[in-house]
Structures are given as structure tokens and as C-alpha cells.
Design a protein around this ligand. Structure first.
Ligand code: HEM
Length: 412
């Protein structure tokens, strides 16, 4: 059988393959090889990008202003015209927080930030707790339950409640977000990309209708109304930026937290001693969540960034426009920073975590995600203190995430 996980003897000719099922199940030997043998791994198959995997390099990279998140700066950025029916979607991507740079990025981010501070997340605690309780009541009927049925609806519900998206559109917007994540991969071939984004015009129309309707009837305590008011007040937020921002919240705010919750629960279930520790001392929940994100993060690599200029970074020469990839999950297992990284320890010092990145693009939704994870994981452990895995979970192919799709437990 072809050895897909590099052994210590592999040279830098080893070809990284994020689709390989062995990697998806357990990427940590590959990450260790990268850190030790190829800390600036040249990934020719992926646009000749350079992958950084050591904690100190990944942290320095996300903090370094000489890199941009704007994919249009990529030396191999798609130059061909997009079909006219997709011009609108392209504009959404270009105007979103993930695409904007510098002053525009700062301006949009500043506007939306107050809704995402730790204090704002704390104010949402009761509402999120109620959502968790409702979902549990709806899905737990017998002795066995697939925990992904509980984690799956929560984040979309939370972000939809913040934006007061009508109930009948939430399923559509969830699909919109999922398709957007898959289509954000820069290596999709043109035909694949256009197939993925075929339904976008319909979803974009729905989003515009929701916004037009809200403009007519602004609501209290509603993030969308706040954004509309901001865009109506002139230069603060253009219409396109507002649509892009709402889209970004739907995209970034749902799948990420679903998979984070699944892996968090799986990590606890795989380590009954740690599960018991948390059950006996619920005050450990905050640290537990941070450790689950460190120990088994759902992302396969990291969001790509692009060199704004020709430069040297961490001893590697980079071309202007060259893609670099901060492999955050690899950095979170760097023994230089996290001793015995393969040990899951909910009391570990996780202050050096970069699960949510750092610097100007630090995850906008970090406090909200932490709050959701605290409440869904904490509540499940409290309500079902004797739950245990009844079978190994299932994984599904996904371009950028290790997607755990079934997590079946017996409750007592
Ligand atoms: C456990 C769940 C989550 C993780 C691990 C996570 C992680 C990340 C990471 C690594 C970045 C990239 C930062 C960079 O470019 O260096 C990011 C960006 C972002 N995240 Fe999250 N995220 C999560 C949940 C959320 C949620 C719930 C929301 C919103 C509702 C959100 C909104 C965003 C936005 C808008 C950005 C772009 C920020 C910018 O470029 O300024 N994320 N996230």
C-alpha cells in the first residue's frame, strides 16, 4: 500500500495530500514531519505555496503585515472573466472581510466588532442556552443519539437569531454558507467552481430581499438593522460590503462551530478520564474548550495569505504574490510550545493558542464560538454524565475541514 503518511526518512519530495483518508483521520504524524523535516514546505501541487507549520512561524506569519488575505494578490489568481451570472457572487467575495485589505478591512471590521466582543457574547448566554436546550429536547428521544444532530443546527440558529433571518429561509442560508466554503478553495477548476456556485444567484436574491424588507421595517436588537443603518449613513459601509458581511457571518459562523463542537465532544468521549474531570468540575469548561481546539482542530491547514512584496520570511525567500499557508493545527501540536502535544489535558496551559489566529484578521467570531461551544458541550456533559461512544465516528470528504458527520453515543 502506498505510504501516505511521511515517515522520518521521507525527504522534502513527499507530496502533501489533504484528501487522503489516513491524513483526515489522523493528520498529526504528517504535521510532525512538516514541523521537523520541512518547516517551510514547498507545495508545488498547490500553486507553489509555502506551508509553515511551527508555532513561532505560524504566529509570526499571521501577525506580519507584509502578507495580505486578499486572494487577488496571488501570483496565479484566476484571470479569466467570470460568466455574467456569477459576477455578483464574485463581487460578494471581493467585498467580504476575507477579501478586503487594509483601510477597507479595518473600516468594515470596526463597524461590526461591537456585536462580537466577549461582553456581547456573554449577553447572548441565556439565548444560546435556550437554543441548546430546545435542540436537545427535539433530538434526544431514546438511549442512543447521534450528537451531530445537536451540534449541527446550533450555530446557524445563533447567527440567524442575531440577524433575525426568517425561519423559512434558514435552511437555504445554511446551504448557501456550505456551498460558499467549498467554492472558496482557490484550486477548484473553473468547471467545478461554476458548478458549485450555480445556485448562488438564487441565494443572493433571497439575501437581497431580506435586506430590502428589513430596510422597510427596522427591528430592535438586530444586527442586520444596525448594519443597514450604518450603510444608510453614507461612507461607513457600502451596500455591497453589507451584503458581503452578512454572507461572511453565515459562512464563517456556522460550519466552523459545528465541526469544532463535534471534535470537542469526540475528544472528551475518547478520553473518559478527562470527561470525568470536567463532569466533576464544570468550572473547567472554558479551558476544556480551548484544549479541544488545540488537540484536534477541525481545519486541515489554514487560510492562505499572499506576499505583498518580494521578501524573506523565516529564512525563506518569497516572490511577490506567492501564497503562504499558516498550518494552524500543526502549530497547535508544536512540542516547543505545548509539551507532549498528543496528550489531551483539559487543565493544560493553553494561553499560547492560535486556534482563532491572531493580529488584524483574528477571528471576529471567537468569543461567540467559545460561548456556543461552552454551552453545548457543557450542557451535554451535565445532562448526560454517563454518555459513551457507541461506535467510531464517520468522516466525510471536505476540501478544507476534517468533517465529522456522525457521532453516536449511548446516554447511560
Ligand atoms: C470554533 C470556531 C471557529 C474557529 C476555529 C475560527 C477560526 C478562524 C480563523 C483561523 C480565522 C482566520 C484568521 C486569519 O485570516 O488569520 C477566522 C476568521 C474569521 N472568522 Fe472565525 N472561527 C470560528 C468561528 C467563527 C464564528 C462563529 C464567526 C462569526 C459568527 C466567525 C467569523 C469570522 C470572520 C468574519 C473572520 C474573518 C476575520 C477577518 O478577516 O477580519 N468565526 N476564524
Amino acid at each position: 500500500m502506498l505510504q501516505k503518511t511521511p515517515t522520518p526518512d521521507h525527504g522534502p519530495d513527499f507530496v502533501l495530500d489533504l484528501e487522503d483518508p489516513a491524513f483526515v483521520r489522523d493528520p498529526y504524524p504528517t504535521y510532525a514531519w512538516l514541523r521537523e523535516k520541512a518547516p517551510a514546505y514547498r507545495w508545488k501541487a498547490r500553486g507553489d505555496a509555502i506551508v509553515f507549520s511551527r508555532h513561532k512561524d505560524v504566529r509570526a506569519l499571521v501577525l506580519d503585515r507584509r502578507f495580505s488575505n486578499d486572494y487577488r494578490m496571488w501570483e496565479f489568481a484566476r484571470k479569466e472573466e467570470w460568466p455574467a451570472e456569477h459576477a455578483e457572487y464574485k463581487s460578494i467575495m471581493d467585498n467580504g472581510l476575507f477579501g478586503l485589505a487594509d483601510a477597507d478591512h479595518l473600516r468594515v471590521r470596526k463597524l461590526v466588532s461591537p456585536a462580537f466582543t466577549p461582553r456581547a457574547a456573554e449577553r447572548m448566554r441565556d439565548e444560546i442556552q435556550k437554543a441548546v436546550d430546545d435542540i436537545i429536547a427535539e433530538h434526544v428521544k431514546g438511549e442512543r443519539v447521534d450528537l451531530t444532530t445537536i451540534t449541527e443546527p446550533l450555530p446557524m440558529r445563533v447567527v440567524s437569531d442575531m440577524l433575525k433571518i426568517p425561519e423559512n429561509l434558514r435552511g437555504e442560508f445554511r446551504a448557501f454558507g456550505q456551498a460558499s466554503i467549498r467554492s472558496s478553495v482557490l484550486f477548484n477548476k473553473a468547471e467545478e467552481l461554476f458548478e458549485l456556485i450555480a445556485p448562488m444567484p438564487r441565494w443572493i436574491r433571497m439575501l437581497r430581499e431580506v435586506i430590502a424588507e428589513r430596510r422597510e421595517h427596522l427591528l430592535e436588537n438586530d444586527l442586520l438593522s444596525t448594519l443597514i443603518t450604518a450603510s444608510d449613513e453614507g461612507q461607513k459601509l457600502t451596500e455591497d460590503e453589507m451584503i458581503s458581511l452578512v454572507h461572511a457571518l453565515i459562512v464563517a459562523g456556522s460550519d466552523t462551530t459545528v465541526h469544532a463542537a463535534n471534535w470537542a465532544l469526540y475528544s472528551l468521549l475518547r478520553h473518559p478520564d478527562q470527561f470525568s474531570l470536567l463532569r466533576d468540575d464544570p468550572s473547567l469548561i472554558r479551558n476544556t474548550i480551548e484544549e479541544t481546539l488545540r488537540y484536534d482542530l477541525f481545519g486541515k491547514g489554514g487560510l492562505p495569505k499572499f506576499a505583498r512584496e518580494e521578501m524573506e520570511f523565516a529564512g525563506t525567500k518569497l516572490r511577490k504574490g506567492q501564497m503562504v499557508m499558516p498550518f494552524i493545527p500543526a502549530a497547535l501540536h508544536d512540542p516547543e510550545v505545548f509539551p507532549e502535544p498528543e496528550r489531551f489535558d483539559i487543565r493544560r496551559d493553553v494561553s499560547q493558542t492560535i486556534a482563532f489566529s491572531a493580529g488584524q484578521h483574528f477571528c471576529l467570531g471567537a468569543a461567540l464560538a467559545r460561548q456556543e461551544l461552552d454551552l453545548v458541550v457543557g450542557t451535554l456533559v451535565r445532562r448526560f454524565p454517563h454518555m459513551r461512544l457507541s461506535q467510531e465516528p464517520q468522516l466525510q470528504p471536505h476540501p478544507i475541514m476534517r468533517a465529522l458527520t456522525r457521532l453516536e453515543v449511548t446516554l447511560s
